[in-house]
Design a binder for this molecule. Structure first.
Ligand SMILES: Nc1ncnc2c1ncn2[C@@H]1O[C@H](COP(=O)(O)OP(=O)(O)OP(=O)(O)O)[C@@H](O)[C@H]1O
Length: 372
C-alpha cells in the first residue's frame, strides 16, 4: 500500500463525514456494519446520502467492502487512514504538498512533504504488516491471520511511540530530527539533509566518529534508554563546516561529521529484561560496521552493559524510558507493539521475511504502481 494522494482533493464534505464515522467505529469493530456507519454519520439526505458516500469512498479505496463477513460491512484501508492523517496535517497547516518518496523502510514509507511556505519536512508512514513470512509456520499463521485493523493499530502505536521518544530526546538535546506532529500511523518531522552512514565509504577520522557513536549509546543509557536498532541504516551523517581565522589572519576550514539518529519505535528501557542483549547488539553493530567498512578496530574493550547500567540517572539526568507512557502510551500498548516488533525481528533473523507490497484487495502492486 503506497500513499495515494489522488483522492485527497476531491472528497465532498459528506464523504469526509462518513469516513470519520468509519474510523470512529473501527475502534471497536474490525468490520464496521453498514447500519453503524449510517448511525454514526450525520449526512444530508439520510440513509441514501450515507450510501452514496460509502460508494464514493469505496470507489477510491479509502474503505473496503468486506464480502466474506457474516454481515454487510466495511473496513478502513491504509489508504483511508493515510487520508485521515493527511487531512489532519493539512487542516493544521503543517502539510501543504506531498513530494516524492525518499525512503522505503521495510515497514514504513518516508515521504518528502512541504508546508505552505515551502519548508520541506519528512513524513514517516508506519506500515506494519508489510512483511509477510514464508516458512515459520506458527509465525506465519499468526501474522497472516492478524486482521488488517490490528496492523493499523500497531502502526499507530509505532508512530505514537516514535513521536514521544523523539520529543523527549530532542528536549535533552540528543541529535535527532525535530518531531513536528503526529497523526494516526504517521510522524511528521524535520528533514535532515545528510548521508546515511551505510552509504559512506571513507571518513577522515574513523576513530573520532566511532567514539561519538559509542558516546551516544552511553548517553542514551544514562537516560535509561537503549535504541535497539542502532546501526548504519539508522544513523545519518551531517557535514558541519566551520571556518576559523588564525592570528596571522589565515582562514582554516574544518569539517566535522555529526551523527543524527533516527527510527525509534523499538526503543527499550535499560531496565528491560533483555536490556543487556539489546545494548550489546547496538554496540556490536557499530563495531562490526567500522571494522568492515573503514578497517577500524577500537583499542578499548566494551563498553559493557554492567558499567552503563551504573550510570542510569546519574548526575540528575532525566530518565526518558517512561517518555512514551507519559504521553498516553499505556503499558498494554507497549506490550502489544513490542510483541509485534519481536516477532518480526525473529522472522527477519531467520531470513524468513518476504517483502510484500500486497495492497488490501490482495493484488500486488509494483514500485511503478505508486502514484502521487
Ligand atoms: N528525518 C529524516 N530526514 C532525512 N531522511 C530521513 C529522515 N527519516 C528517515 N529518513 C530516510 O528514510 C530511511 C528510512 O527511515 P527509517 O529508518 O526511520 O524507517 P524504517 O522503516 O525503520 O526503515 P528500516 O526498516 O529499513 O530501518 C532512512 O534510512 C533515511 O534515509
Amino acid at each position: 500500500m503506497k500513499l495515494d494522494t489522488r483522492a485527497l482533493r476531491y472528497l465532498a464534505s459528506e464523504d469526509w463525514n462518513v469516513l470519520t464515522a468509519v474510523e470512529r467505529a473501527s475502534k471497536d469493530h474490525e468490520i464496521v456494519p453498514t447500519q453503524l456507519i449510517e448511525r454514526f454519520s450525520r449526512v444530508k439526505g439520510g440513509v441514501s446520502g450515507v450510501h452514496k458516500s460509502i460508494s464514493a469512498l469505496a470507489k477510491v479505496g479509502l474503505i473496503a467492502r468486506v464480502k466474506e463477513a457474516k454481515y454487510d460491512g466495511y473496513r478502513l484501508t491504509y489508504g483511508g487512514l493515510d487520508y485521515l492523517a493527511m487531512h489532519a496535517y493539512s487542516t493544521r497547516k503543517e502539510i501543504y504538498s506531498v513530494g516524492s518518496r525518499i525512503g522505503v523502510g521495510k515497514e514504513s514509507d518516508i515521504m518528502m512533504v512541504a508546508d505552505h511556505k515551502g519548508v520541506q519536512k519528512v513524513l514517516k508512514i508506519h506500515r506494519l504488516g508489510r512483511i509477510s513470512f514464508r516458512s515459520v509456520k506458527t509465525n506465519r499463521d499468526y501474522l497472516r491471520n492478524r486482521q488488517s485493523g490490528s496492523w493499523m493499530y500497531l502502526s499507530r502505536l509505532a508512530a505514537m511511540k516514535e513521536f514521544a521518544f523523539m520529543k523527549a530526546l530532542r528536549e535533552e538535546d540528543f541529535p535527532v530530527p525535530e518531531p513536528i506532529a503526529q497523526s494516526r500511523h504517521t510522524v511528521l518531522m524535520s528533514f535532515v539533509d545528510a548521508f546515511l552512514l551505510r552509504t559512506i565509504n571513507s571518513v577522515p577520522d574513523p576513530a573520532s566518529l566511532y567514539s561519538d557513536l559509542i558516546d551516544l549509546i552511553l548517553r542514551l543509557a544514562k537516560h535509561g534508554l537503549i535504541h535497539g536498532d542502532f546501526n548504519e541504516f539508522n544513523i545519518l551523517i551531517k557535514e558541519e563546516r566551520s571556518v576559523t581565522t588564525s592570528d596571522s589572519g589565515e582562514e582554516d576550514e574544518s569539517i566535522a561529521l555529526v551523527p543524527i539518529v533516527i527510527d525509534f519505535p523499538q526503543m527499550i528501557s535499560m531496565d528491560h529484561q533483555n536490556a543487556e542483549m539489546y545494548f550489546d547488539r547496538d554496540v556490536n553493530c557499530i563495531k562490526r560496521f567500522f571494522e568492515r567498512k573503514f578497517g577500524f578496530v577500537g583499542t578499548q574493550p566494551g563498553p559493557f552493559f554492567k558499567d552503563a547500567k551504573k550510570t542510569v540517572g546519574r548526575d540528575n539526568v532525566r530518565r526518558l524510558d517512561a517518555a512514551a507512557e507519559a504521553s498516553g502510551f499505556t503499558k498494554k500498548m507497549a506490550r502489544d507493539l513490542e510483541k509485534a516488533i519481536r516477532e518480526q525481528e525473529a522472522a527477519k533473523e531467520k531470513g524468513d521475511e518476504q517483502y510484500s507490497d500486497e495492497d488490501e484487495d490482495g493484488s500486488e502492486e509494483g514500485e511503478e504502481g505508486w502514484r502521487e
